[in-house]
Design a binder for this molecule. Sequence first.
Ligand code: FAD
Ligand code: SIN
Length: 530
Amino acid sequence: MNEKSSEHDVLVIGSGAAGLTAALTLATRLRVLVLAKGKLTSGSTAWAQGGIAAVLDTGDTFNDHIRDTMVAGAGLNDRETVEFVIERAPAAIDRLCELGVPFNRASGDLHLTREGGHSHRRIVHVNDATGWAVQAALLKAAEENPNITLLPDRSCIDLITGRHEAKYSGSGRVWGAYALDTATGKVEAYTARATIMAAGGAGRVYQFSTAPRGATGDGIAMAWRAGARVSNMEMMQFHPTCLYNLEVKNFLITEAVRGEGGRLFHPETGHRFMQDYDAERMELAPRDVVARAIDDQIKRFGLDYVHLDISHQSPEFVREHFPTIHEKLLGLGIDMTTGPIPVVPAQHYTCGGVVIDLNGRTDLPGLYAAGECTESGLHGANRLASNSLLECFVFGEAAASDVLAHWDGFEAVPDIREWDESRVTDSDEEVVIKQNWTEIRRMMWNYVGIVRTTKRLERAKNRIDLLTSEIEDYYGNFRVTTDLIELRNLHQCADLIVQSALRRHESRGLHYTLNYPETDEAARDTVLVP
Ligand code: FAD
Ligand code: SIN
């Protein structure tokens, strides 16, 4: 028996909203090991600004939230999943309040802000830095829980499956993961009877993204290589308003700025251009519509950016609602209380991912998944603002509850082979990693971006194929580093995105192609089978 398997019952990969929610639920009865790449706060959760969507207002209804989610998702959502998540939102917010998340309040009630695609005010928030407050509360609870062990600086490489059993059992189960301890440089087998994948999205596959450095799709790529299906990877969400600044890249300007009255203008003519694209919903149209409109303005008029302006609101209002953004921009010489903010669209969210059911189960026995690395059916062809953290809380809990409910059936971990480093040496050509990393991200931005064509997708596919042997060769011959692990996964995810995009012969939600501008009558998932 591997020593580590006797120490922990369940392995959770990821310490964001999904992973820590799962860990806290499991820890009521089981011993949980949580691994994170880099710091425990390195995921997207800590960066979330706008908030969490939940029906809490008397004038609002579950049906309205369900309808808004399905309108944004262009009908590709799974209705059962949408109902499942939205009906559990108020309870998820209650749990966060119990953990001490200091949500904004007005006269004692939770203050609700508004974002694009929502027909009501329904976003609970902590100023404009909701994610940081949520991450801190979850982490504090996990750190205080004696049944949870948190290990940062562990870069998981691959899931442990039947191929790694010392004596092949044929059970097809997942038994944990191999991970690089970045402090020692050693690869360890972290075994467990059940594994929950919560490793976040793949945003960094694009050159411009609001996602943090580590969002390289590791969870999706690991699950795919182990044999799990992935779905709807072509549905990559671009946020309309990322700050345009030559020094500070990837700084999001929350959609709540538009929710609280922010308007978009052509920077030279001052034309409020959303009236040409969606006269009814204007700046509060769903993200795909607003991002495409900005992309069109930038390309058509040769602009570097457009203007987002909320300076018609009082300076007190702006400072009170957006203290973090206001402060950050002031440091860059932009005063949003008196003038506009230059913005561009950037990749923001991975709607596709590992296929899961309502219990967070993947195709592989022993492997669950939750959060941004999954495709649960909630978001469909486009995620409604602030539905993502919600999905993490609901599916983190659902996956953990399923493990608890069936724990007696989880078999003991068999003997697992150690990581084999006998045929690798230290790399003498790190430049290969940098070159390929940059090439993939630029190519994805240029060929697989907001507006697509079949020709550009085919060009992207050719380039990805050319890189395959080079990356696999490098991986096979050199000792792993986090950069190499990430490059291998970025490449894998880029391939899955392009394959999926080439299969969808229609425009729907986030997948917009000039070759197939119409939307089919029937909505179908793009499911890739390993
Ligand atoms: P993450 O929080 O990304 O965590 C992933 C975890 O996996 C990390 O701990 C990471 O270290 C770990 N990990 C990754 N790879 C490995 C590996 N190989 N080995 C070990 N560990 C690994 N959503 C909303 O609903 N509302 C918002 O207001 C909002 N604002 C956002 C603002 C920004 C700037 C961004 C980028 C996203 C925003 N989102 C928002 C989306 C939302 O934040 C994310 O979808 C959500 O936080 C994802 O949570 P997660 O738990 O799935 O993954
Ligand atoms: C934002 O604050 O604009 C991001 C909200 C989200 O991604 O849901």
